[in-house]
Design a protein around this ligand. Structure first.
Ligand SMILES: [Zn+2]
Ligand SMILES: [Zn+2]
Length: 444
């Protein structure tokens, strides 16, 4: 019979890697909670319309990459390809657009895209995202961006402090305009590309009809050159968009360097007039964090986001400005500084309880339970096997201490404690055991 395997582009995460993931998630959660964000958990499957309506029928994510199927009731269902659409759907469904004022939400979990697996791209991958609803303030953009950069730093990613920093995360920033100034610019853009349609690549010919903005970030050289010749989105901003963009820039990187605290809070960015996002719903501020260590071939963005001030209304809710981002967690693991020793995962259990014979197994189980009550992780021997085998297992587990229970120990009320690093053994009265182990394990 053929051996069953995980689907291509998906993978199992085993220990010790799963510990690295837990750490990553915990550290990220801590930063998010410091900024007052609360977790939202939405289903992995949604009615397909949640994504077609929010991302646009023509978005590549929808036409080429979404896992779509009919469920048994004949409904069109999709595995979520990204997080924002589901969060907005939930935000409206639970009436937060009418009641919440400001909402700071985050999510963390797997996303799915049916595309050819390649470096840095998986069919099931993990994203952490932040969605801030209810504020149109440019300072809100700055806070969201500052949160992102601080989180990256906490996760062990080197963040560029200025131009030319090697192998570091660089923030790229742009402004796409609003409902007032964007249509005019899009019209000009279409006219410009219409004259050059013959030279554009096949994909861009389709984009010209469906989403001309995407021509701006086509990776093909000839399209790239045509796009860079003349058109820049932020050159056509209305006054209010220009003020918003200036405020974001000035707050991230104040020109006036005289204030000491401001230099500490400065966030370095690279203004990129041609930065557009793959999804239709972005307006105003957009950004991407690229990492030069990821290389050209792999998609180099480790995080991306921006404003989507019209999305809540477009999906049927009360108009609510919003700004957010998503971070690719697999990519974070790829670019973490290798040297960060705190990320080295420890063994899972701290104590192994060995028994002289199968007679003492019930007492061994009880001892392990007592230790766990005292917050010391413990694994007890449950097999009828010689001590030597048990020691071998304790070695493999990488525990700090092995405890031995035998008839003498039980009769006289003590436990033999073996410190694995030194091989030294001593006898400890049962009443003192927890305290002694705590001192050894946690340094208390
Ligand atoms: Zn505008
Ligand atoms: Zn192209």
């Amino acid at each position: 019979m053929a051996v069953l395997k995980a689907l291509g582009g998906t993978s199992d995460i085993l220990a010790p890697e799963s510990r690295t993931w837990q750490r990553l998630e915990n550290e990220a959660r801590q930063v998010l909670e410091l900024y007052g964000y609360e977790e939202i958990r939405t289903p992995l499957i949604e009615e397909a319309a949640v994504f077609t309506r929010s991302l646009g029928e023509a978005a590549e994510i929808v036409t080429k990459q979404m896992y779509l199927f009919q469920d048994r009731g004949g409904r069109s269902v999709a595995l979520r390809p990204e997080g924002t659409a589901s969060v907005v759907r939930a935000f409206i469904e639970h009436g937060l657009d009418k009641t919440a004022g400001l909402s700071r939400l985050y999510y963390l979990g797997p996303m799915f895209r049916a595309e050819r697996p390649q470096a840095g791209r998986r069919r099931q991958f993990h994203q952490l995202g932040v969605e801030m609803f209810g504020s149109a303030s440019p300072y809100q953009d700055v806070e969201v961006i500052a949160l992102l950069m601080e989180m990256l730093r906490e996760l062990g990613v080197k963040v560029a402090g200025g131009p030319g920093d090697e192998k570091a995360a660089v923030l790229k920033l742009n402004h796409l305009g609003c409902l007032k100034c964007r249509p005019e610019w899009l019209k000009n853009l279409k006219e410009y590309f219409k004259e050059r349609l013959g030279v554009l690549c096949e994909d861009c010919k389709v984009r010209f009809r469906t989403n001309p903005l995407r021509i701006l970030d086509c990776k093909k050289e000839r399209c790239h050159n045509i796009a860079r010749e003349r058109i820049a989105p932020s050159h056509r901003l209305c006054d209010s968009c220009r003020r918003h963009a200036d405020q974001v820039k000035e707050t991230l990187w104040p020109k006036d360097d005289s204030c000491e605290t401001s230099s500490k809070r400065k966030v370095y960015f690279d203004w990129d007039n041609w930065l557009v996002r793959g999804l239709d719903y972005y307006t105003g501020t957009v950004f991407e964090v690229i990492h030069t260590g990821l290389g050209e071939k792999a998609q180099s963005a480790i995080a991306a986001g921006g404003r989507y001030d019209d999305l809540v209304r477009e999906m049927g809710g009360v108009a609510t400005p919003a700004v957010g981002f998503a971070v690719g967690l697999e990519r974070i693991l790829m670019v973490q500084e290798k040297a960060a020793p705190s990320l080295a995962p420890p063994g899972s259990a701290e104590v192994f309880v060995a028994t002289f014979s199968s007679q003492e197994i019930p007492q061994g189980m009880e001892l392990a339970r007592d230790l766990r009550t005292g917050k010391i992780s413990s694994i007890a021997n449950l097999e009828d096997r010689p001590l030597k085998r048990q020691f071998e297992q304790a070695d493999k587990l990488g525990v700090r201490f092995t405890l031995i229970l035998g008839p003498d120990e039980l009769k006289d009320g003590f436990v033999t404690v073996k410190e694995m690093a030194t091989g030294q053994q001593r006898q400890v009265p049962k009443g003192d055991l927890l305290q002694e182990l705590r001192r050894g394990v946690k340094g208390e």
